[in-house]
Ligand binder design. Sequence first.
Ligand SMILES: Cc1ncc(COP(=O)(O)O)c(C=O)c1O
Length: 391
Amino acid sequence: MGYNFSKRTNHFTLPKQWASMRVAKQLEEETGKKIIHFEKGDYQGDDFETPQHILDATIEALEAGYVRYDPGPGLTELREYIARETMKDRRPGTQPEDVIITAGAKNALTMTLLTLLEDGDEVVFPNPGYPPDEVWAKYANAKIHHTPLNKGDWQYDLAKLDKMITDKTKLLIINTPQRPNGQLVENPEEIAEIVLKHPDLLVITDEIFSQVIYDGKEHKTIASIPEMKDRCIVIDTWSKTYAMTGWRIGFAVANQEIITKLSIFLQDSITNVAAFIQRAAFEAISGPQDWTIEKRELLQDKRDLMVKGLNEVPGIECVAPPGSFYCFPDISGTGLTSQEFTDKLVVEAGVAVVAGTAFGTQGEGFSRITYALSDDDIHQGIERMKKLFAK
Ligand SMILES: Cc1ncc(COP(=O)(O)O)c(C=O)c1O
């Protein structure tokens, strides 16, 4: 029997950026050989367990009865804390009513895109960027434009951005620290100048790695510019800051009118993020932050190890990214395309990575490599790569 699916889902395909993970898993099952997982957008291994005090708070919350429906934008104490502390410098003047708790950043992004976009609206994405956003923009029948980031430093080309944005543009998407390349958006003030020329233009600022920034650098956001406060939807998550990727909890901060719409969306779709998870998230955000600080240092060491190793592989050049847990090396010296590089590496060396092109056309010649895993796996993966490309 053929099913008559909604035409709006015609563009649905399994996520490209997870294709390598699927191939790696299949190879592992078929051959029994250990694959080195440089492709995952997640923490791996014993170095990155969710902190114990957060696990304890979860159990306490379950025992205290946080197990019922709790429709609405989220637990009051959590929204208050985010407004008062988390957003203090990132969006001064934030009120609890400007905050909604969502099932991860992805859920916040989906709801925001579906709430704001409609037929023919123009939306500007970075290239390379975060593909799931585009799925929902397409679903809403919006017109997608890609603003190329400068290859190498991955900053916005302001002249091109200025030209691309018109009065028909409804949304600009920024992510900083950027995925997939780990670079920080250095010039939010200049981007804001362009945005402010257009009275109705809004900005989604996806800041999921806001706490994973190295070398003493600081997170900068366009939402902190006073004129941008009500033009921005700031999105963040517990996933990367506290190794809570599977817990599915994040938040969005924006003008109350937007948050009220999102709250209705949330209540009519998933009702609420599990109440005991919200309590655990409160402990995470308001309790001791030692884990986040220690792991940031550990990740910085792992980044250095990975960057040094990658630069020793023939045909690969890698700069040290200041944020996230990804490297985005230039692999063009191997003479392969991004996809050929990915396929050869997993089949011939048992190392899984993600092709740069999974994040947009500008990713050609690059590869996304995760270093949030054990030092042993980093060493092993690099050795396998050196051997393969020494041939
Ligand atoms: C840019 C970006 N936004 C959003 C997400 C989703 O985050 P969450 O786990 O909170 O849904 C990811 C996940 O890696 C991401 O890279």
